[in-house]
Design a protein. Structure first.
Length: 301
């Protein structure tokens, strides 16, 4: 997840708006976008993407549904609204690691940490039956300096606790923090399903994930020319632990890098994964669909 400064997607099948990419070819086996942000608005228009339009656009190219991911209280509340509004949506709720230090450093009039207040609401929101993950949470040493590490680690540990309490998957944001993320997971004891959202490691981290049964979710960054570390990781990753995502509206895959991303762009990354692994598109799609349902359960349930 990056700052909210991208415009929304165009519906598939229509005339492309200026600056938007055309829709890809339809996948032969429908898959799921396991991490996206439908609530991110168009900063130039000051409005939110229409949820139905976004999902219709995705479904038209073989993306059957998505996991809407919260990263603060506002987006986590929206996530609950989204899972109730459309059966093609499951949800994840959390406080993003970059927000955790500021919240940890502030208190209510009664002296209660604002981070603890926020985490209590995340726990309550996670009780909804269509919230299937806690995330995105984790550690980010790219945007937050040393002074924020303690707050991030405390928040991460609390999110792990909530995931285990609620028997939910854990979606991890890991940026420039691989060793510490792994250490915290081992110290706390991970929940039954751990997902490294927008996997950013190399073959070494992929092997650690293999050993622990942790899922690796690849995004459009896999298609970038300089992403040799991701291609190395994909090559050694256990196929049973592979997932795919957009992290929309960010990380648009090649050949449309630099334009707004959306769930309907997912087929580009699925195709790239299949080519790199020597799997045809149908086989790749079936694998990803099965893995995603193993983590989050059925969209119909």
């Amino acid at each position: 997840m990056q700052p909210r400064k991208q415009p929304p997607e165009q519906p598939a099948g229509g005339k492309p708006r200026p600056g938007f990419a055309p829709a890809p070819l339809r996948l032969p086996v429908p898959v799921y976008d396991n991490h996206t942000h439908f609530d991110f608005g168009d900063s130039s228009l000051g409005r939110r993407v229409g949820l139905k339009d976004a999902l219709d656009a995705a479904e038209a190219v073989g993306v059957a549904g998505a996991v809407q991911v919260g990263c603060d209280l506002a987006s986590s509340r929206y996530t609950v609204e989204a899972v109730e509004a459309d059966p093609r949506v499951l949800g994840a709720v959390a406080i993003h690691p970059n927000d955790a230090p500021e919240l940890a450093g502030a208190t209510t009039a009664d002296g209660v940490s604002l981070l603890d207040v926020a985490l209590a609401e995340i726990d309550a929101l996670a009780a909804h039956p269509r919230i299937r993950a806690i995330g995105e949470t984790g550690l980010d040493y790219f945007r937050t300096g040393q002074e924020g590490v303690a707050g991030q680690k405390y928040s991460f540990r609390r999110h792990i606790e909530i995931a285990k309490k609620r028997s939910l998957a854990l979606q991890i944001h890991d940026r420039d923090a691989h060793d510490d993320v792994v250490s915290v997971l081992r110290e706390e004891g991970p929940p039954s399903c751990v997902v490294f959202h927008c996997f950013s490691g190399d073959g070494d981290l992929a092997r650690i994930c293999n050993e622990n049964g942790w899922y690796m979710s690849f995004s459009g960054t896999l298609t970038f020319k300089n992403a040799n570390n991701l291609r190395e990781a994909l090559a050694v990753a256990d196929p049973a632990l592979l997932l795919v995502e957009t992290d929309a509206p960010f990380l648009t895959p090649h050949p449309h890098r630099g334009r707004p991303n959306a769930s309907y762009m997912l087929p580009y990354t699925v195709q790239s994964m299949g080519q790199l692994l020597g799997r045809d598109l149908a086989d790749m799609g079936q694998l990803l669909r099965s893995n995603t349902e193993a983590v989050y359960g059925s969209w119909a349930g």
